[in-house]
Design a protein around this ligand. Sequence first.
Ligand SMILES: [Zn+2]
Length: 309
Amino acid sequence: MVAAILSQLPPRLQTLVREIETAAGSEIDVQRKPDLEFGAVANIIWGDERNGYFPNAPKMLVWYRGPGLAEADINYQDPWAVLSHELLHLWRYTVLKVPAVLAIVGIPQEITTESTRTFCSGGIEEIPEHLWIERQLQAWYGYPLRHSILASWDSVPTPPWLVDRANLYRWKLQFEWIKTELLTDDATTKQRAVAVMARVGLLESARTLTSILGLLADSPDQIGAKYGSIFALCMVLRIPLEAVRFLNRGPGSETHVPMPSNFVVPTAAGEVRFSYTPRWDYNTLIGNMNAVLMAEGQAFCLLTGAKIC
Ligand SMILES: [Zn+2]
């Protein structure tokens, strides 16, 4: 980042920039784009990917709408929170080296309009990233979390939904539920969400999903937590794990890495164990996936909540 811009930033963000640039081996390029749809956006271009490897230092971009770098956004009370959000995206990918969903076979990679952004692999990738980033921002700036509002829950239509839209409603509701349960403080919105999810028959799977995502967001192992979060999302959204390919920025910087078939993630409540056997049946939408929470010497199945031993 050029010195004239870096020197404007609060000390915390200057430290963040230095850590990112040291880990990545390249500088962050900051540019103003007055016609940007959002307050700011960060992007990483990972070197030369033609042969499936990323040997070069990445190119990192931060675009902001302006007029100044410290612009407040509708969700953020603190003037530096928007830029902090974008830098934390870069920090997780370069310093923590969390894997990213590169592609999900059969699902579009990116849909740019906000209303449909949910239904693409980029939208799934963003969920665990934002759960971690928004909680970090709350710890730094202390403003209330309000990523879901009552109106979202008051506008849910009563089933049966039109058949060709049923999956989209299920996805949309689970995404809204995650924001409500984990990124919203308002008690009325939370209560309304429980009532609606019970009414449409999704409450049990929704609670399973957010219990595991909440534990993983606070895990000291953010690489394992990222794989686990995508695993849990795929389980609930009925996406075959074999369809998911990750960009792994660890040693070797390999791309197109499949979901690990057996792994353990430490959390405050105990170890969460993930395992699956690649055997997805597209006709019945039944796979062989399981996630088990080991807590206080007991094991609980995260799909059903049942005690295993
Ligand atoms: Zn973001």
